[in-house]
Design a binder for this molecule. Sequence first.
Ligand code: BES
Ligand code: MN
Ligand code: ZN
Length: 495
Amino acid sequence: MDFGVWSKGLTALAVECLIVGVFEEAELSAEAASVDAACGGRLKKLLERGDFPGRAGETLLLADLPGLSASRVLLTGLGVKKQFNRKAWRKAWATAAAALLRTRIASCAVAIARPVARELDDYHLGRAVAEIAGAALYRVNDLKTGKKPAPAALRKVLAGPVRTPAAANRGLTHGAAIAAAALVQRDLANLPANICTPTYLAEETRALAKTHKGLSVKVLDEPAIRREKMGCLLAVSQGSHQPPRFIVLEYRGGKEAQPPVVLVGKGVTFDSGGISLKDPPAMDEMKFDMSGAAAVVAALTLAASLSLKLNVVGLVAAVENMPGSKAVKPGDVATSASGQTVEILNTDAEGRLILCDALHYARRFHPAAVIDIATLTGACVIALGHHHSGVMGNDEPLVRELLEAGRRADDRCWQLPLTEEYGEQLKSNFADFANVGGRDGGAITAATFLGKFTQGLKWAHLDIAGTAYLSGAQKGSTGRPTPLLADFLLHRAAR
Ligand code: BES
Ligand code: MN
Ligand code: ZN
C-alpha cells in the first residue's frame, strides 16, 4: 500500500475516490461542502431528500459526479456533530475503508472532517489512516479449500487535509508499521493449535527475525529450559507431547549500555486446563492463549522495522497445557527458576507458572522496564469486559506510561489495584505460595503471584484475556495490544 498526504485542491486530486463525511443533521463537513460546490450541489440535494442519514457506521458510494477529477465519492457517516471526536472519526474511516475494499477502487483521498487538533493532530491522523487501512485489509489466512476472494484493489491512500505534511507522513510510516505488526500477531494467534505449537512458534519467530533486519533469536529447547531450572514452566508442559520452547528475541537499536525494555509473552499454544480440565464451551478459543507471545513477537518486528533507537528484548514462554498421565496434578509442588516453591492447586492457572520463570529470566538483562503480556484470567474479562485490557504493576510511573500509551493508541487499558492485602489469598501450607487465590479478585491475585517474581524490577502486567480476540461470528484475533505496545516503544525511543 502506498500512502501519501493531500493539503488542498481536493476536487482536482488525481485519485479514483474522495471520502467525505456527513453529520447526522444532514450537515456537510467542510470538505464535503467543497465537493458539493464543485459538483453543483448534488450532495446537498441528496441529503435534503433524506437519502443519507449520516449515521456512524453507514456509507454511500456515488459515481460520476460532475466537476470532480475523482470518478467516485464515498460518503461516510460521522454521527451527531456535537459528539464528534477522534473515536467517531476512526469509526467513519474504518467503515469507509471496509466499504472501499468491496469495490475495485484502487486509489482514494481521505477527506473526512477532522475533530479538533487536540483530539487528532497531523501525526496521529497519518498514523490512524495507515493503521486502520492496514487493519481493514487483513484477511485471516483460512484453511478453506474454496475459491479465494480476489485480492484487494486498493493501492494508494492519501490522508488529509494536513497542515504539516512531514508530521502526517511520519504518522503514516508509523501507522503502516503498526498495522504490519498487528498482522503478525493476528496471523500467529489465528492459527489452530495443531499447527501453531511451541516448536512452530519458535520457528516462525526465527523466520520473522530473518526478514527483519536487526532482530536476533535464540531458542531454548527442553534440555536448555531444564538447565535454567524453570520448574514451573516445565510442570505445565510435562502433560503434553509437544515439547516447550523458550524464545529470546533481541533488538538492539539503542546505545550499547542502555538498559533494555523486556517484553514477556504468555505463549500457551493451547490451554485445555490440564488435569483441572476446562468446560467444553468455547474451549477452542484457548488456541488464542498465546496472544501475549504473538504480541511480543509483533512488537519486536515493529521496533526493527522502524529502526527504533531503543534496546528491546522479547521473551516468549511457549508451552501446551494438556492433561495426561504425565501431567502435573493439583497439589503438586514445583520449584521455580527463582528457587521459590509453588503449590499447583489448579493446573488451569498455568499462565502465571510459565510467566514466573520467564520474568525471572528477564533479570539477567538488567532491564529498564519489564512488561508481561498475557491472556491470564477469565476474572479480568468479568471485571473489565472487552474494551480495556487490565494493567497492574509495582511501578506507578510505568503503569501510567502504559495507560497513556493505550489512550493515545486507542488501545486502552485500565488499572486494577495491586496492594499487599491480596497476597493473603495465595498462602499455602506446603509451599512458598499457591498458584491460585480463589475466585475473588482473580485478575489481581494472578498479578500478585507474578509480583513475587519481579521484586526489584520495574514491572507491569497487561491482562489481555478480554481484548486479544473476539468470540462468536467475529471470532478471531484483534491484534491488541500491539498498538499500545507500539506507542509505548515509540515514546520510549523518543525520550
Ligand atoms: N487462559 C486462561 C484465561 C482466560 C480465560 C483467557 C478466558 C481468555 C478467556 C487461564 O489460563 C486460565 O485458565 N485462568 C483461570 C485461572 C483460575 C483457575 C484461577 C481462569 O481465569 O479461570
Ligand atoms: Mn488456564
Ligand atoms: Zn491460559
